[in-house]
Structure formats: C-alpha cells, structure tokens
Ligand binder design. Structure first.
Ligand code: G4P
Length: 524
C-alpha cells in the first residue's frame, strides 16, 4: 500500500511544467485545451473569458491588452489520469525572458509551442535558449497543423539547428501542409484520423486506424508520411528518455490546439515522459530529500495583481515535505518566522485558499512583502536553495518623477518594482538619480505604466541605450573608472555592474586584462 501522506508518494503523482512559446503560437489555446481534456473546464472558452475578467479588474493588465502580450504569469493546477498537474504560465515575449527564466527555475519540464507556419522566430529564440541553458526536459508541440505551414522536416531542422535540441518525433503528420489528415503515432505505427470540430469546444473526434486501414483510406499522403517515418527511424530520431531528461533531445508532437487535435497525445506525454519532482539541490549542491520537513523557494513576486486587494503575493515552489496552511516557516535570509496564514492558489485574479501542498506544487503567499525572488523558506531543518541568476541587462534608461511632490510615491514604486524584478535599479557612485536596467524595452514600458497607474507617480523616461554588461568587483571597478567607454553602477543588492558602450570595448578589456573580474551572468 502506498501511503498518501508520504511526500515521496505525492511527488510521484505530480508534474510541474511550463509552456513557452512566441506570442500567438497558441499557448493560451493549448492551456485551455489541457483544462478541457483534464475535465477542469466543461467547455473551451472559459480561460479567455477568465482572462477578459482579469484584464478588466487590473490596471496594469490593461497594458497587456493594449499590447496584446501576456506579462503576468498564472499558475494552474488540475488533475489528470490520477496525477496532479501544475502548469506555470510564462510571458511570451523575449523582453520578459528573465521572468520566464525565473518561472523555469520552478518547473521540472517545459513544453515549447511552435507555430508550424512560422517555425522558430528570432524574437523568441532567447526564451527557448533559456530553457536549454537550464537543461530542462523540453517537449515540443508543432501547432496549427490545420493550416498551411512549413514542411515538418524543415521544422525539425530549425529546432536542431537554432535551439540545439535533437528532435525525436513521437507523432508525425499525415497529409500536406494545409490538408492535414491526422497523425501516425510512431510508438505503435497506428494512425489517428483528424476530424475538424467547430473551434474545438469539446474533445476532438479521434478515430484510430491500423497502418493497413490508413494506407487503404489515404493512399499517397499515407505512403509519403510512412516514408518520412522510415527515414526518421533510419537516422535514429526515436524518443530517448535519458537524453530528454538531460535536456539534450526533445520529443516532438504535432497537432492543432484550436481543433484539439494532438492535445491528448501531448498531455499524456506530460504524465508519461516528463519527470516527477525530485530532491532539489541546495546552494551547496546537496539534495534536499523530498521527505525532509517542508521547504521551498520564491520564484516570483507580484504586487497589486488585483487593485481590489493591494497586496503582495510571493509564489513559492514547494521542494520538500508537506505544506499545511497556518504553519510557521523560517525565512532563510532574515532568519525570521513567516506565518503562512494566507496561502492561496491563483487562477488569473481568482484566489482559492490552499490548505496543503506537496513537492512540485506552487503556493501563493499573500502579504509577503518581506519575501524576495530566490529566498528560501523552511520548517525545522535549515536549507538554502541556490539564488536564481539574473540576466545581464542590455538596455539602460534614466527615470525621473514627473511631479517632484510625489517623491515618496516614486520611491515606493521604484522599490516595489525592483523587488518584483520588473526592472533592475542601479546607481552611479554619489548620484541619487536612479538608472534603470532591463533585458528588453517592454520592461521599461511596464515600469512606466505601473508607476503611473498603481503608485500614482508618473515618470518621464530618458532615452534608452544599449550596453554590454558584466558583473565586476571593487578592485576591477577601480581600474574601470579610469575609462570613458565603461561606467560602473551599483545595484540594490550591492553588486557592481560594468556597463560597456559596445561589446568591442568589453572584449578588448577582457583580452588585455584576464585578471579582471568581468562575469556575464549576474546572480540576484
Ligand atoms: P498565445 O497565447 O501563444 O499568444 O496564442 P493564442 O492561444 O492566443 O492563439 C493565437 C491565435 O492563434 C488565436 O487566434 C488562436 O485562435 C489561434 N490558434 C491557436 N491554435 C491554433 C491552431 O491550432 N490552428 C489555428 N488555425 N489557429 C490557432 P486569434 O485570431 O488571435 O484569436 P481568436 O479570435 O481565435 O480568439
């Protein structure tokens, strides 16, 4: 008998993953279809309606609507095949790749969604690279097969060449791009016929046929797909769980989220192929056993998600033990107790109180203004999980309060948005005027919008400029201060950042002074 109160047993039932995609590739649609297949919603359309309500109730989410982008991440939990699935949403634009990176720190796997008509788009390549750099297992979904698109083999080539993951197709399309007939499941050679349903509001009609029946019914398109599968077999493009778990190969699924096609194969793969939560390594590379007392780390902080509750939510990934609401955890950086009276799960702006959680689950701790991204929390046995690395910013801009009498609001907003990681806030030595740094320009837009709307402190942004940034130390900073092509700025956490006017100057100095500290990745 398995003991349902054992963290090992509960962890084995869980799958915690994120979907990453470029905007419009179909992430929202796919998420919704997962909920439909899991029975968490009865009819497709609910998530969009939910998103509509969410946008209507939040000031800064209005910006998402204006720009047609998703900035905030949502965590969804649902049951499927006797498992608990935690789906972490990520923003779809490269300008927010740092946010994606933090979310991926809390995920055990990712699904990469590509629009099969567009392939790997340069603006989102960075998001996918982030995934690979974390060595996360990645499942790939080639979406929108119901429309004319690129040849599937060309798409595999893009995944291999541009992202550096070896694609291993599990399902393969039958029919020309634009006249999609269904998929071959390469694991058993069977064919599943594609039947168009009206916007896929209910589960797709899936008719399984044997290879012989499919060959009879489809003729040439079947023969072509079967030939392609034979070629794939020949080059060894078959699912290999070991290299998938090591983040080297990616099982590929094809389908059409809007018509639900291929959604079930993909969701089944989350259960069958993606890893369950396992012992998380701490900052000294020691594993925290799943059955150790409760512990977790903050991977996202968000304030004012809903103007009706001007509050501060810290999202925590549970790493070990059994979380029970009301328990008092220790906040590792301060050593102070943190009472978890208000723990919730967040679905858009809707909150549900969470009474318990297990490894792999995400809890939203409300009123958590003392918690920062990367902070660890634990019960009884201390643990420090590794900090989440920050990206080197690529852009800097100055920001001034438009109204000097709103100085206090300006400071408060600056502090809050820095804490959430919306932008990095830097200072030159002996200069109180902040310099904002970001990976992408849209971060500045979100900053300015939220300053005006949430903190009532409209800002004037100076012009943006590009920089090549390295983390440095005091000794190197002293040397660098003698040059005009580089500026040294200090971040709130005391880190010193060297900002070069061009990568050329940086490369020169690195080559001339190998003894200087100039590190590319900046830990928070
Ligand atoms: P995102 O979250 O990745 O940004 O993408 P989203 O799901 O919002 O999908 C973007 C657009 O692509 C939507 O159309 C959606 O209906 C469409 N789409 C998603 N999956 C498929 C698919 O498999 N096939 C086809 N043909 N289209 C797909 P829209 O016109 O922007 O919105 P809507 O009016 O359909 O809601």
């Amino acid at each position: 008998m398995t003991d349902p109160t054992s963290p090992d047993v509960q962890a084995a039932r869980r799958r915690t993953f994120a979907i990453i995609s470029h905007p419009d590739a179909g992430k929202t649609t796919l998420t919704e279809k997962f909920l439909l297949y899991a029975g968490a919603i009865q009819e497709a359309g609910a998530v969009k309606a939910q998103a509509g309500r969410r946008r209507a109730t939040s000031d800064w989410m209005a910006l998402e609507q204006q720009r047609g982008i998703s900035i905030s991440s949502t965590v969804l939990q649902f049951d499927y095949r006797d498992h608990v699935v935690n789906l972490l949403d990520t923003p779809g634009h490269r300008d927010f790749s740092e946010d994606t990176y933090r979310v991926l720190a809390a995920a055990d796997a990712a699904i990469m969604v590509l629009d099969s008509a567009r392939g790997v788009e340069p603006q989102t390549l960075k998001l996918f690279e982030v995934c690979r750099s974390r060595r996360l297992p990645v499942l790939t979904f080639l979406n929108k097969m119901d429309r004319p698109g690129l040849e599937p083999l060309a798409l595999l080539d893009e995944v291999e060449q541009q992202i550096g993951l070896r694609p291993t197709p599990v399902t393969w399309p039958v029919g020309d791009p634009g006249s999609f007939r269904g998929v071959i499941d390469r694991r058993n050679g069977a064919f599943v016929r594609f039947t168009r349903t009206e916007r896929g509001s209910t589960a797709a009609g899936e008719t399984p046929l044997s290879a012989a029946e499919a060959a009879d019914e489809l003729g040439a398109p079947w023969a072509r797909a079967a030939d392609e599968c034979a070629l794939l077999d020949e080059v060894g493009a078959v699912v290999d769980r070991k290299s998938f778990l090591a983040g080297e190969s990616t099982p590929v699924f094809v389908g059409s989220a809007i018509t639900n096609f291929g959604v079930r194969h993909l969701l089944d793969a989350v259960i069958d192929l993606a890893p369950a939560p396992s012992a998380q390594l701490d900052a000294t590379d020691q594993p925290r056993p799943l059955d150790a007392p409760c512990s977790g780390f903050v991977f996202k902080v968000q304030a004012n998600m809903n103007p009706a509750h001007r509050d501060h939510v810290a999202f925590v990934r549970v790493c070990s033990g059994h979380f029970e609401r009301g328990m008092t955890l220790v906040h590792q950086p301060s050593g102070k107790p943190f009472a978890t009276k208000y723990a919730s799960s967040v679905f858009g702006s809707e909150r549900t109180t969470v009474d318990e959680a297990w490894p792999g689950d995400v809890i939203g701790l409300v009123n958590a203004s003392g918690l920062r991204i990367g902070d660890s929390l634990y019960l009884e046995q201390p643990v420090t999980f590794p900090r989440i690395p920050a990206f080197p910013p690529e852009l800097i801009a100055s920001a001034y309060s438009k109204d000097v009498s709103r100085h206090k609001q300006f400071r408060r907003g600056l502090e809050q948005l820095e804490q959430e990681g919306v932008v990095q806030v830097l200072h030159r030595r002996n200069d109180p005027q902040p310099v904002l740094a970001a990976v992408g320009q849209m971060q500045f837009e979100v900053f300015a919008h939220r300053m005006a709307n949430e903190f009532n402190a409209p800002v004037e942004m100076g012009s943006y400029s590009q920089r090549t940034v390295r983390l440095t130390d005091e000794a190197t900073a002293e040397e660098l201060r003698g040059y005009s092509v580089v500026q040294v700025l200090e971040r709130g956490d005391g880190a010193l950042l060297a900002m070069f006017e061009s990568p050329y100057f940086m490369a020169r100095m690195e080559a001339d002074h190998p003894e200087w500290m100039l590190e590319p990745i900046l830990t928070t």
